[in-house]
Design a protein. Sequence first.
Length: 510
Amino acid sequence: MNLTKFADELPIPAILSPLQKNRNYTYYEVKMTEFKQSLHSELNDTTVWGYENGYPGPTIEVEQGEKVFIKWINDLPDKHLLPVDYTVHGAHRDVPEVRTVVHVHGACVEWESDGYPEAWFTKGYLQVGRYFRKPVYQYDNGNRPSTLWYHDHTLGITRLNIYAGLAGFYFIRNQQERLLNLPCEKYDIPLMLQDKTFNPDGSLYYPRQPDKPVSEMETSIVPEFIGETILVNGKVWPYLKVEPRKYRFRLLNAANTRFFRITLDSDQPLYQIATDGGLMEHPIGVKDILLAPAERAECIFDFSNLYGKNIIMKNGAPAPYPGGEPVNENTSIIMQFRVMLPLTSIDTSVIPAYLQPYPKLKEQSASKIRFLTLNDMMDSFGREYMLLNNKSWDAPITETPTLGSTEIWYLINLTDDSHPIHLHLIDFQLLDRRNFDVEKFNQEKIIHYTGAVQPPELQEQGWKDTVSANPKQVTRIIMKFHSYTGLYVWHCHILEHEDYEMMRPYIVIR
Ligand code: C2O
Ligand code: CU
């Protein structure tokens, strides 16, 4: 199927209005439904799932420290839109097929409101998972100003629920950030990058079987999903008309498996101002930005001297990353900017020289070091799957940090893929990466480094909640468990991995 590129305008999700807002708190209700939406003008309308009848869902905008309550409501049909594999954890036939639970990715939040994968619920909360505590979640929004996002997190079907459309943005703002005079309002635009494949009738395609099918099964999970088209905010290859001035773009990779290496064909620098966890110490000018699933980067694009030009945002990352297929004439294209709108007023926004302090966590302050492997496994059907620390989801909890303590985690990647590792609840800092001898580790369980210490990439020098653990490397992260106690998770954000055992519970204890 050949869809024309840059045929449709980029949609910008609406800002969600609260049902109630007073001095003490703000209250929202968000309903999940199935509906039809146009994802490209040459395609029939596609049946998708979304929040408040939108895919992506409406953007939730809050002030730092604002107390927010959200009632998440499942109003979906009871048959899934996409093929369910009943053999993966949490998705066996003893549970209803359509289950949902919402996680605000990056939020520092009490565990009962974090969207634990087994806190799922069905329509009308008629059936709930064993960790379901309440329908109305509470967010204290203590995070720094940042681009968070909300998405489904149901055990065993997250990949399907997000692919169906259950994802949206969640911004935290504050006054200090406003005083920086960054491009704002209609010049502050979120871009949710995803990939999808369509059936000829316009419906969403998601594989029923891996390339090497499992004959015993009607439906089997696939080791990765790589789509044929690229969507931004739910449109395939859109364009955006812009003024010749500065814009702030909030880039999010919300794909199942695909990494994006983002460049502009104008060769202009991208001024990155924020990582997953908010503003960096100062902007950095880069030629490209690599985003693994769930990672965010905020950038200022300056179109000031480009009136009349069309600029294409491109992707160069092989899929799966890093050893997979190179991009082709379709997957190398993300979207287009048309610098054709007249300047409505003088652009007084700035790219500040300094953004906010970035205090580095000190290695000496860590009271606990954990060595955690990323493992390649084979199941009884001959399918490859991945584990964290050699343990499945149901094994007893092994990561039990103490409230107030600082820890360093060594992510020892024994596999051939990059895995975007995400921790709920806290932001961490990337210390470094280093090559090591995988053979020797497998035999003797010791880390024998074979390369020099690699500092974080420029674009990673800030607060992170998701980091690429690259193949045959030890990736070290440091974090302080400063806020809440309770039950959370850490996992690979490749959704096909997360849904099949590459996720572990962890608990912050007092
Ligand atoms: Cu983006 Cu555990 O999630
Ligand atoms: Cu993974």
